[in-house]
Design a protein around this ligand. Structure first.
Ligand SMILES: Nc1ncnc2c1ncn2[C@@H]1O[C@H](COP(=O)(O)OP(=O)(O)OP(=O)(O)O)[C@@H](O)[C@H]1O
Length: 304
């Protein structure tokens, strides 16, 4: 079964088209990263899944239910960590969890969840005094109540320190192991790379790419920069390098040769330099960073 299935979803707010003709299929049991720059339409999409906004056109199905007609069933099976979660200042962390347990009408142990999200020691303090990271942990705990089939996490790592972000990742992985589907929106690409099976990138309301991080890397060209330390190299030594298929560019300052190329042709590049009489002393490669990758997609360098 498809856990989340959007078909031709468009949402307009007056003149603004937040989401345009969006098709999205999240498989059951997968961890799906939903990426996009500010204003791309991520929250609008999530709100359509939860029936907090109604699409101008198109259909949304969640866990086999129509998101509008059967929103109660959807919400019962779904745990949500909303963006910018606001706490009830006077209620303690434990009371927040008890509230979530009551509203979901499930039998869950608040203590175990508080423990799991790392706020058991502060469970009886008013949440109004919680730090940003503690609030985020509490929100995650509330989302986990009742072992939902689907977890929707909107920017889950915001406000978390590196240890908290790691714990978040571990929880997401454990939830997927239990069989839950996780839909995870983020700007933090490292978070997405570490846990997501697939990633969809949204830009201006449209899904412009969808693949594994590896697949996205390959689609961008998979170019790597090869920095080769040599005894001496001249422009003419580079001619045979530039002639290799898969080499995008080659430059030298005399001591280092920098080549941007597909990863499969690295050894050909080294061999071509050696054939030209250049002594190769050392080399290292740098992969396109996730940041580069994200920008390549969201700033339009990649053909759609
Ligand atoms: N209730 C609303 N009324 C008017 N415009 C809206 C409303 N909600 C969203 N928009 C507009 O729709 C577009 C998409 O917004 P959305 O919040 O879905 O993006 P996002 O990808 O979640 O952004 P961010 O990463 O900044 O949270 C934006 O141009 C936004 O201004």
């Amino acid at each position: 079964m498809t856990a989340i299935d959007l078909s031709g979803v468009t949402k307009r707010f007056g003149d603004v088209t937040a989401v345009e003709d969006l098709d999205l299929a999240v498989r059951e049991g997968e961890i799906y990263g939903f990426l996009g720059p500010n204003g791309a339409g991520k929250s609008t999409t999530i709100n359509a899944i939860l029936d907090f906004v109604r699409p101008s056109s198109g259909s949304v199905r969640v866990l086999g239910h129509d998101a509008q007609a059967e929103s109660v069933a959807v919400r019962r099976k779904t745990g949500v960590l909303p963006e910018g979660f606001g706490v009830y200042d006077r209620l303690s962390g434990r009371q927040h969890l008890e509230f979530a347990i009551d509203s979901k009408e499930v039998d869950a142990d608040p203590e175990a969840i508080l423990e799991r999200v790392g706020i058991a020691g502060d469970a009886d303090r008013p949440a109004g005094g919680y730090s940003k990271g503690m609030r985020q942990r509490l929100a995650l705990g509330m989302a986990l109540v009742g072992e939902p089939e689907l977890l929707i996490l909107d920017e889950p790592s915001s406000g978390l320190d590196p240890a908290g972000a790691r714990e978040m990742r571990e929880i997401v992985e454990a939830e997927a192991d239990r069989g839950a589907t996780v839909f995870f929106s983020s700007h933090v690409l490292g978070q997405v790379e570490a846990v997501c099976d697939r990633v969809g990138i949204l830009r201006e309301g449209r899904l412009i790419a969808e693949d594994s991080i590896e697949g996205l890397r390959e689609a961008v060209g998979g170019d790597e920069t090869l920095a080769i330390t040599v005894d001496a190299a001249t422009e003419s030594d580079l001619e045979s390098v530039r002639a290799i298929e898969g080499v995008a560019s080659a430059e030298t300052d005399g001591e280092t040769v920098r080549v941007s190329c597909e990863s499969g042709v690295k050894t050909d590049v080294i061999a071509a330099l050696e054939d030209a009489g250049v002594v190769v002393q050392d080399f290292e490669t740098t992969e396109a960073s996730l940041e580069d990758l994200f920008l390549a997609y969201t700033e339009g360098e990649v053909a759609e």
